[in-house]
Design a binder for this molecule. Sequence first.
Ligand code: F6R
Length: 605
Amino acid sequence: MCGIIGIASNKPVSINIINSLKKLEYRGYDSAGIATLKNNLINEKKCSGRVDELEKILFKSPSDGNIGIGHVRWATHGVPSILNAHPHSSENVSVVHNGIIENSDELKMELESKGLKFKSQTDTEVITLLITEALNNNEPLESVFKTLNKLKGSFALGIIFKDFSDIIIGARRGSPLAVGYSNNENYLGSDSYALKSMTNKISYLDDGELCVLTKNEVSFYDDKKNKINKKIHIVSDEENIADKGDYKNFMSKEIFEQPITAKKCVNEYIDSLKKDINIYNFPINPKDLKKIILIGCGTAYHSCLVAKYWLEELTNIDVEIDIASEFRYRNLKFNDKNLYIFISQSGETADTAAALDICKKNSVKTCAIVNVIESTIARNADWVLPIHAGPEIGVASTKAFLGQLIVLYILILKLSSIRNEINQTTYNQKIENLKKIPKFLKKTLDLETNIQILAKEFLDAKGTMFLGRGSSFPIALEGALKLKELSYLHAEGYPAGEMKHGPLALIEEGLPVIVIAPKDKYFEKTLSNMQEVIARGGKIVFITDNKKKSISENIRFGLRVPHIDNLLSPILLTIPLQLLAYHVALLKNCDIDKPRNLAKSVTVE
Ligand code: F6R
């Protein structure tokens, strides 16, 4: 999604702005731009496409100036184009914006009725014109406050002013914004990762807050214009390591990193000496818990779905799951004996963050299972359980999904133990099984060579289906999501038992159908559903951990993952599906780390 950079320095800033914009590329974008300020002139350069293009433009025609803002745009209002790219500048002001101004049409009409003209189709340009108008009688900070009062929606802003050549103003409502500190240089950024090469000292703005940066100092204000102090966080080295090394792209690195991710995550939560799980400080006494509600978007939602099966198997706690964009608009009955768990890799997903806010307003207890521990969702939740996966750069979530599943499983196991819903021997056994995950993941990754061959079969496919029952159903959904987002091949995930209720009509000669059938209580039922697909010409890719099942001639391709504890099988079964999506996308020459139209951090609704 869109990304913001701002730098106030004692030396020219354009090269560092470009380098930082490159760090924001992982978020997904379609155009880029920069505005610098020199000799009371705003110098704006923009391009449609990649930051490399912008760099070439700057190479031919350098932008000087010790202060500047940069942006990568993910189109919301108006097509991706140079005109719609940010910054949006008037003669006096230049603005970069993340988020959506919901009343922009109304504001635009008001401004047009005063004779003002718009150059772009964006919602952002109203901010530029409103600040420009307000500047007639006011200082920059006052003009920004005045403008913000008129805006509805979500935003993070970076603003420079022609006549105030040493300041950048930043503002946040809904979309994240960070400030970084260095010697004779201060920064504004959509996330700390973008600032990593320049500083590890970071503050995070909260909703309603503003900041004024000069090269030597940063001041913060709340929404009532009071000056406030903000905590400075030292971003850990680990958060700063994000390099694809010898891998072709970040996604393959992140897929193959999963044994290490799992090991780190398990080590963080399992006390091997005490043979117990290190999870304390529950915001509600587990024995009093009435219900758990799990909320997330996309892949994170799929981890909620898997957790539902685990909660039902291991505890007597009621469970509900919801997609954050639905949850936030439902007419819910909140209960203070319920725990609301929010799952998010980035911790910045707008719908998930908004759903969490609703829970806070209703004074119920919240838990965040996140990768980025400094994120909005982590900071707003009552209780945080990090997944310790390290930076995930590929847009498609892989190692973070694994981390989410592991943390959810560990949490559920702990709840089950505290509530005396599991006997000690089974609890100990399940902890031991968790420790085996890294080794089994490594073995599962060895399937890559077979999957490379399998991927070729998908090149001419019109579409595909993923089928599973029980906890393999969310894995079917996840497999379909990965394949469609990476390779742009139409893919559907279904509970295998649901086929006869409609989707079976899609099966025709040669349609690839992936059947996920671990050795669990659903195994035989899934095989029957598979036969129904075979009878109609479906070309089966069969994925199992069942050593006894021979891969029969009716099955076009078989993949066997190691057998682990039945409950943990979704963790291993996901791996071949990630590899399949990856290799189909690779064969189709797709932009694997940055699939079209998608963003890593979905900071708009
Ligand atoms: C798919 C994918 C997305 C994210 C979703 C939520 O591969 O990555 O579906 O899972 O956008 O993002 P987070 O987890 O950051 O809230």
